[in-house]
Design a binder for this molecule. Structure first.
Ligand code: PLP
Length: 375
């Protein structure tokens, strides 16, 4: 199988796999137990926390391990609205459903005012509009993602963070798609709150974290035994946490090399697409500004464009038609709709990783040539 669906999830890195196998065999103590086996599991968790915090340039005490990013997102939004008394959320129309549905969830409980920052068709946010919204009501929670999972468009989170700090508005940015791809120094004009899912950076599934700056205080979503300093109870997923830390270590160690390789793949593929299929419509592609591993394009009716995902799948090429979490359900993408793209025609998302090769791209272009002939 040729795997071009890395925005949905990534294959586990072999180094991570081997590290986790050793831990699974040897490290079974409950981190809350006081005996040596428990203490050793506790040390493993704290070492993992320190490693991740060090790479993001924050304090270990600001990292809370969760299951996936979805849990971190729900905890953050629900916990902040509950604790802070803030009743206005400023967000965008292209956030992931994990964020949108968490907002809907709190909206059912608290009387919230929702405002949406204007975006242009390339998903650039209007920062003056954000300032206007904050001037009207500085006591707002701002929720704007870093990199969009469908189009790869990237919001300027450092500029957004500066604006939010000026108005003393807490800023939550979903950084699921950019973690491990960029250095993401959170100490310097980063968001106050962010989240991560390890499976997006060649780590294991079912583990992630919430970063909560020490300046922000929220109520926990899950209560119980008081693990994670009362922020997220439940016996810790030590294998997942250690695997995630290993995935981070590898991602930062090899970042420059991987970024160069993947950028070349993307540029090569984009050039081939443009020269072979000049009528394709590239969605929110800001050339150098977008995620370097993702391409999203719509296929207009001048081409035979029915059942493309299925036909590519039959050629052993795995791509996505939109948000991975929607796969299996044919539904217009809320992201493309918000960007005024034509959602009556199919869109394809190719997302690359360090494991992809130029041969795979050539094979895919040949496959597309067989599929996308003109009507
Ligand atoms: N946010 C973004 C931008 C994502 O791409 C995803 C997953 O696709 C999520 C949040 C949710 O991540 P998870 O399903 O691992 O909780």
């Amino acid at each position: 199988m040729i795997y071009f669906d890395n925005a949905a999830t990534t294959p586990l890195d072999t180094e991570v796999y081997e590290y986790m196998c050793t831990i699974m065999k040897e490290q079974y103590g409950n981190p809350s137990s006081v005996h040596a086996l428990g203490r050793s599991s506790k040390v493993l968790i704290e070492d993992s926390r320190s490693l991740i915090a060090g790479l993001l340039k924050v304090q270990p005490s600001e990292i809370y391990f969760t299951s996936t990013a979805t849990e971190a997102i729900t905890t953050a939004i629900f916990g902040l609205i509950r604790k802070s008394g803030i009743r206005r959320i400023i967000t965008s129309a292209i956030e992931h459903h994990a964020v949108q549905h968490a907002i809907d969830f709190v909206h059912k409980i608290y009387p919230l005012q929702l405002s949406f920052v204007r975006l242009d068709k390339n998903a650039n946010p209007d920062l003056e509009h954000l300032e206007d919204l904050l001037t009207e009501n500085p006591s707002s929670l701002v929720i704007l993602m870093h990199a969009n999972n469908e189009t790869g468009s990237v919001f300027p989170i450092n500029s957004i963070s500066k604006i939010c700090k000026h108005y003393h508005a807490p800023f939550f940015s979903d950084m699921v798609q950019s973690m491990g791809k960029y250095e993401n120094d959170l100490s310097d004009n980063g968001p106050d709150i962010t989240c991560c899912s390890a499976h997006k950076l060649h780590g294991p599934k079912g583990v992630g974290f919430l970063y909560l700056s020490k300046n922000v205080s929220i109520s926990p979503l899950i209560t119980g035994g008081g693990q994670e300093r009362n922020m997220r109870s439940g016996t810790e997923n030590i294998y997942g946490i250690a695997g995630m830390a290993k995935a981070f270590e590898i991602a930062y160690r090899d970042m420059k090399k991987n970024r160069e390789h993947i950028t070349k793949l993307k540029n090569y593929f984009a050039d081939k697409l443009k020269s072979n299929f000049p009528e394709l419509i590239f969605n929110a592609q800001n050339d150098t500004k977008g995620l370097y591993n993702l391409i999203n394009f719509s296929v207009p009716d001048v081409y035979k464009n029915k059942m493309l995902l299925e036909k590519l799948d039959m050629q052993q090429i795995a791509v996505s038609g939109g948000s991975a979490c929607n796969s299996g359900v044919v539904k217009a993408s809320h992201v493309l709709e918000a960007l005024n793209a034509d959602t009556n025609i199919p869109a394809l998302r190719f997302s690359f990783s360090k494991y992809n090769t130029f041969e795979e791209l050539d094979f895919s272009i040949e496959a597309l040539k067989k599929l996308l002939f003109k009507n």
